[in-house]
Design a binder for this molecule. Structure first.
Ligand SMILES: [Zn+2]
Ligand SMILES: [Zn+2]
Length: 614
């Protein structure tokens, strides 16, 4: 092991020499000069002062460091947000949300904890967006309400952001800056560059933050598609150039690191669509991700070729299609190819294609409602061809399966991923990741965008490509990663975590409320209401027992009566002992009921005593 480490050190030295030759030279020169001076020190005191000054300069250079503070997106898929701090500049990359886990009952969305950014508000120069997916932009309205900083993004990304900000009444107060790939934004100490990538949404970019120590490259979500729908291939030349100039740290997408080979081109899906459209006799209904503009473009192309009209169903998809058409990301050869969902019955079935949300089986989505006969405009009929152009995100398999079953029962033909090539991923597989690592040749590497297993395997991939073992680091949110010219290390941590959004409340629902919700959802609640006379402490009315989600009271009258008797006895005892403290009375009621109910039902409902005084 030792030998190996030593070897690595040698390799590191060589790598840095190749990359930073001028810098290394300067350092050596400075060192040599210092040596010469050291000999002269006894003879000349004034020269010694100069020497000290030089030493300080060198020291300062050596001390120069960049901090990377991930506040989301590590050990989880979602709520991506990374802060890059150099001197007085903090660059924030992405600002995403996460959808709640099953145990986060009633929570709408989850956003990152940005306490650190609020504390360092003056340094935050802007939020720089890689692309328009919810897990990268979804937290913007909430974060911008806390820290109103400029937002930078490409045309489509900002188009989607605008719709979002409009919903939150923020459009007039936030400064949106539209950028193009290869644009460079200069800040006080660093500059930020955007580099084109491919992904399952148009206009995605990687971000390079140029610092005096080298570039920090964040790939964003990416894949390498040589035949993308919009013709905009990832800017591999620029990645290579930046790599040549010296990348001190790369953070790269780890989503598909477990998959060998390459992600297929989006164009292959278009070919599958053409085959399906050629054979379909009735309506075609295609479900996909609302934001997959390229996929929707391919639906439009197939529809044009086979003379069908396109109707869109599902609010999020309608919004994005509107923005994408307006900004030129979805183009049509035929005018009026899009029709309103209200108008589908004016055309024969074989002239209609419906693009819809619900590819994940989400219960409230348009496709689920169609499958359950709850959609107001579309009823599934025999002869319909439903194409589910997505793969279920882990955890959604059951939901998707239920929708597929319902569709088959209604007589529709259903085509899903297992049956045809109707979906490709938006993330790089192993070979594409290898290409990125090889082009960029980072000195240090930090995998992002993935659960722990993805991060771990991405590090192993980087090692295989020759990265020294101690040059890769798996981090967690809240870690402060400190990078100097020659080292990477964790140096403390900052507040981080998840903030729950429920309705209008941001952060007001915490773990205690969630625990109660869980308790209520599992065993229900039992409320005991008693009225006590203030002066004497004797019961004047009640106890009354109301229950929800515990037992059906009408069928459990005996149980409830017995419970009432027990409460009465408990109250009696309190009265005898002259206990007048409400808290004590309440806990006595709880104790006696908890034991009794568990014994009789093996259930533990939440018990809520309410005492009224007259
Ligand atoms: Zn994405
Ligand atoms: Zn993502």
């Amino acid at each position: 092991m030792k030998n190996e480490n030593e070897k690595e050190k040698v390799i590191v030295k060589n790598r840095s020499m190749v990359k930073n030759r001028p810098m290394v030279k300067n350092k050596t020169v400075a060192k040599d000069k210092a040596k010469v001076r050291e000999k002269a020190i006894v003879k000349d005191k004034s020269k010694a002062i100069v020497k000290d000054k030089n030493r300080e300069k060198v020291k300062e250079k050596v001390k120069d460091k960049i901090k990377i503070i991930p506040l989301g997106g590590l050990n989880e898929i979602g709520k991506n947000l990374t802060a890059i701090e150099y001197r007085n500049d903090i660059v924030v990359i992405d600002c995403g949300l996460k959808f709640p886990d099953e145990d986060m009952l009633g929570i709408d969305v989850v956003i990152p904890d940005i306490t650190y950014l609020k504390k360092n508000r003056d340094k935050v120069k802007g939020i720089f967006l890689t692309h328009g997916h919810e897990d990268h932009i979804g937290a913007l309205p909430y974060v911008l309400k806390e820290i109103n900083v400029p937002v930078y993004g490409t045309k489509l990304t900002l188009g989607i952001v605008e719709t979002k900000l409009k919903e939150h009444d923020l459009l007039d107060v936030v400064k949106l800056n539209r950028v193009k790939p290869r644009d460079i934004i200069r800040l006080s100490n660093v500059s930020v560059e955007f580099i084109r990538t491919s992904h399952s949404i148009a206009d995605s970019v990687a971000i390079a933050v140029h610092t005096p120590l080298g570039a920090i490259l964040h790939t964003g979500d990416f894949k390498i598609d040589y035949t993308p729908i919009d013709g905009c291939v990832a800017d591999l030349a620029r990645f290579s150039e930046i790599g040549k100039r010296g990348v001190i740290l790369m953070m790269a997408d780890s989503t598909n690191v477990e998959r060998p080979g390459y992600t297929m081109s989006e164009s292959t899906v278009g070919e599958a669509f053409q085959d399906i459209f050629a054979g379909a006799k009735g309506r075609i209904i295609v479900a996909t991700f609302a934001s997959n503009v390229h996929r929707i473009q391919q639906i439009v192309r197939a529809a044009e070729k086979y003379g069908r009209k396109v109707a869109v169903s599902g609010r999020s998809m309608e919004n994005i299609v509107e923005v994408a058409i307006k900004l030129g990301y979805i183009t049509t050869k035929k005018k009026d190819i899009f029709i309103s969902i209200d108008a589908i019955n004016k055309y024969p079935n074989n002239k209609i294609v419906i693009a819809t949300t619900g590819s994940q089986g989400e219960p409230m989505s348009a496709l689920s409602r169609m499958a359950a006969s709850e959609h107001r405009k579309v009823n599934i009929i025999p002869g319909d061809m439903v194409v589910i152009s997505a793969s279920p995100i882990p955890g959604n398999e059951k939901l998707v399966s239920r929708v597929i079953n319902q569709l088959f029962k209604k007589g529709a033909e259903v085509i899903y991923e297992k049956l045809a090539d109707i979906h490709v991923s938006g993330h790089a597989c192993q070979e594409e990741l290898k290409l990125m690592h090889t082009l960029v040749k980072p000195k240090f590497f930090m995998p992002v965008h993935g659960e722990y297993r993805h991060l771990k395997q991405h590090v192993e991939l980087a090692w295989k490509l020759g990265l020294p073992h101690n040059h890769a680091m798996i981090c967690d949110i809240g870690d402060v990663v400190e990078i100097t010219r020659s080292s990477i290390k964790k140096a403390g941590s900052v507040v981080s975590g998840q903030v729950f959004v429920d309705g209008l409340g941001v952060g007001d629902v915490g773990n205690i409320v969630l625990r109660d919700r869980k308790h209520l959802s599992q065993d229900g609640i039992l409320t005991v209401v008693v009225t006590i006379e203030k002066a004497s402490g004797s019961v004047v009315a009640g106890p009354d027992i109301i229950s929800r989600g515990f037992v059906y009271v009408r069928q459990s009258e005996d149980l409830i009566e017995e419970a009432k008797e027990l409460v009465k006895e408990a109250l009696q005892k309190c009265e005898e002992k002259h206990i007048t403290e409400w808290a004590t009375i309440k806990s006595n009621i709880k104790d006696v009921l908890r034991g009794f109910l568990y014994e009789r039902t093996k259930r533990k409902p939440m018990i809520l005593p309410i005492i009224m005084e007259i």
